[in-house]
Design a protein around this ligand. Sequence first.
Ligand SMILES: O=C(O)C1=C[C@@H](OP(=O)(O)O)[C@@H](O)[C@H](O)C1
Ligand SMILES: C=C(OP(=O)(O)O)C(=O)O
Length: 434
Amino acid sequence: MAVYKGEVSTLPPDKSISHRAALIGALASGVTEITNFSGGFDNQSTLEVLQACGITLTQEVTPSERSGSVRRVVIESQGLWSFSRPETPLMCNNSGSTMRMFAGILAGQPFDSTLVGDVSLMKRPMKRVADPLRLMGAGVSLSESGTAPVEIRGTRDLRPLIYELPVPSAQVKSLVAFAALHADGESRVIESLPSRNHTELMLGLPVEELADGRRAVVISGRRPLEARPFHIPADPSAACFLIALALLVPGSEILLRDVCLNPTRAGYIDLLLEAGANIVLENVREIGGETIGDIVVTHTASLEPLRITDKAVVANIIDEIPMLAVLSACATGSFDLEEAGELRTKESDRISAVVSNLERLGFLCEEYPDGFRVKGRELEVSGKVNIETFHDHRIAMSFAVADRALEAELDISDREIIGVSFPNFFDILEELKA
Ligand SMILES: O=C(O)C1=C[C@@H](OP(=O)(O)O)[C@@H](O)[C@H](O)C1
Ligand SMILES: C=C(OP(=O)(O)O)C(=O)O
């Protein structure tokens, strides 16, 4: 069996922070330089939509970067109202973050626009986008089933809003914050469960702790935003796949450099440590409000099964759950998940996607509306097993790790979809193979 060893300093830059850096650059006055911007398809969609709205930007591949997936992006803008009416519908491809966060900005622009996506994105729920924006005074129409196309009648007269998030979603929190930057007055977004807080950190927004323990993000509308540089750390959600691989494959030991360890993103590392994983964090420091560090991970033969039933934990590890489920199933034959209905609203229905593929690998699973259980492995499969990715990058990479860990012969459909967040995933696996 191959062993995975070595140091990785070419993880993709964080997808969430890359989106926000580009959007904030377009909302700020002046020249924003973003270094280590992700070349992943989703982040490229955000840049394309910005350009379609008349924002001036350039990007160049960083010469020292072998994979060619890291860029330097320079955005020039005159501030909040520098966007112009797009001539055609804005294509967000596979990126829910692009569609939802852009909707917040477009609501505050004095023109009509339409956001569309690929087959997967056109099925994802957008009522959560329309509801707060309508309350602020923008016109938003959706398909009958509450999905894109998202047609926005923007206005320069958006009203401020106090909004309690109906779902623990950082995308919804951020789209309300972006809209509120355009509104005349102070807005508050209240979240009952913490979700990733990059928007608050990057915009320097005050966060209040309410008497009942919830948090309110405070946004002062029409406050001038000055351009500032951003450097994007490596993506912890991408790191998760390599961590799982090293934990599963005997003899493996890898070092991942300069990974974002923001506590609203790194819950999966705590969970793995509790399960006995050999993971050590080194060189942990703060840069630009984000916690960053190196991760050393060594094969762990005696991992405890993962059991995830706490809503707050689910919100923190939402993108890592497919990989954690596959890891726990492969290492221990067991996995439990509840309170994770949101997984059905991602690029695929990630509950049924993970369950159906684990079943193809011989695992016994029980699916519920908000989660599933893995109850053991009925049989070791032999010969080629087809894995259906459902056009979902995280499903493709989770099972690519299982392929190597189980030494199975998995035929993964649509492998190129990994480019959505981790274009050099297979290159790094080859480089680490000892
Ligand atoms: O804000 C973000 O950058 C993201 C928030 C999460 O989505 P939700 O806000 O829908 O939970 C996550 O799944 C997505 O990959 C990125
Ligand atoms: C859910 C994801 O992204 P988005 O919502 O931006 O498509 C993801 O990357 O797992």
